[in-house]
Design a protein around this ligand. Structure first.
Ligand SMILES: [Zn+2]
Length: 392
């Protein structure tokens, strides 16, 4: 595993242009709330000669098209670089890329993409120009590329060993509720987190929970979020997963699963694209934005396992300006598992069997992410399981 300092150096070496703005002082930028976080002790990135330079130079070889203030990358160039097959369909509106890493479908003018059958929302709609399809450099490098071709990330963070699991809400903050069924989000998230901790410990990970009982971690919500970052950052977490349950009252029909990463700098969140919503893009990157590509890879792994196991409706991989993710110094994902406002899903969530299934899916997703990183960093061996492998 790379220590935090060299981890940041790796990120800087891989994405010199993109991360130039992500210097350690960026977290106190006046445009962002939550400045003065207890996570100010982020080590500065020392220049390193990194073996990922081959991947880096392949990325740098992609031509950039400037349009309307955006930096765009052509999918034709991406296909050529990866050696992937490219097909247009539906009167040249839908583009499919197929290669060793899977199948990606994009639509002209849309943010929605299908990656190996899973829904993913880009930070900006694709752009069609002169018969070719483009996406923003940020979307390509920080969201899609890690899923299409993780080898372009180079020998990055090493296999994760310390996992921080964050049961959402707690204490005076119950989170979402289904009052007729007597369900509180804070109780369900803690139960899933404790189940997940056991599963991961069996597999040899060091696991830290941000809370292990029904409490708020600070005098108010903001202090609570900052305390959660602090726990993860002090533990030198290799990844952070925040567990939540969703609600859309008075809508009781909506169901399904969403996975979120922190919105990439300069892009709107998914909410920011909603009808009559304002552009909520933040210019300065948050601490956690340093790990955007790895957060996307982690989100995709969790997404695939949760949808595959629970068979919930796929509401997609999305982004938000999540206060609990903002100050983290590691790849981080927030999972909105199912809707408590939908009685059918809430009844399932109320059963220990379902929560165990959810914990197992999350453990599998973390395992798949860890395996992907290990394939890229063969020098970091898998953790040694404490006991024989679980029966599942
Ligand atoms: Zn929540």
């Amino acid at each position: 595993m790379f220590p935090a300092a060299s981890r940041l150096a790796v990120v800087a070496a891989l994405f010199p242009g993109l991360l130039a703005a992500a210097d350690p002082a960026a977290h106190v930028a006046p445009t962002r709330p939550n400045s003065g976080a207890p996570t100010a002790s982020v080590p500065s990135a020392a220049p390193v000669q990194h073996p990922a330079s081959a991947a880096s130079s392949r990325l740098a070889s992609l031509p950039i098209v400037h349009l309307g203030g955006m930096e765009l990358i052509g999918l034709r160039d991406v296909a050529a670089m990866l050696g992937w097959k490219m097909d247009w369909a539906e009167s040249a509106r839908r583009l499919t890329l197929t290669g060793n890493g899977g199948r990606v479908e994009l639509t002209s003018g849309s943010r929605e993409v299908s990656v190996n059958g899973l829904r993913l929302f880009l930070g900006h709609p694709t752009v069609q120009k002169s018969g070719a399809l483009y996406l923003t450099k940020t979307d390509f490098q920080r969201e899609l590329m890690p899923l299409l071709e993780p080898s372009l990330l180079g020998p990055l963070l090493g296999r994760p060993r310390t996992v921080v699991i964050d049961p959402g809400h707690g204490g005076p903050d119950p989170g979402k509720e289904n009052l007729p069924l007597g369900l509180k989000e804070k109780i369900l998230t803690l139960d899933v987190a404790q189940r997940l901790k056991k599963l991961l410990e069996t597999r040899g990970y060091k696991v830290v929970l941000t809370r292990n009982d029904d409490r708020q971690l600070g005098p108010d919500k903001q202090a609570d979020f900052m305390a959660r970052w602090d726990i993860a950052n002090r533990a030198r977490a290799d990844l952070f997963v925040s567990i939540h349950f969703n609600s859309l009252y008075p809508d009781t029909k909506t169901s399904g699963t969403e996975v979120y990463t922190f919105t990439r700098a300069g892009q709107r969140s998914d909410k920011g694209w909603g009808f009559s919503e304002k552009d909520d893009a933040e210019t300065a990157p948050a601490e956690v934005n340093r790990f955007d590509p790895w957060s996307s890879l982690l989100a995709h792994s969790l997404h695939r396992e949760v949808i595959g196991s629970l068979k919930t409706y796929d509401r997609g991989q999305k982004t938000m300006h999540s206060a609990v993710l903002r100050g983290l110094n590691c790849p981080a994902v927030l999972v909105e598992s199912v809707f408590l406002s939908n009685d059918a899903e809430a009844r399932r969530a109320a059963t220990p069997e379902y929560r165990q299934q959810m914990a197992e899916a999350l453990a599998s997703g973390i395992g798949a992410y860890a395996d992907a990183l290990e394939r890229l960093s063969p020098k970091s061996p898998a953790p040694t399981p404490k006991t024989s492998p679980s029966k599942t």
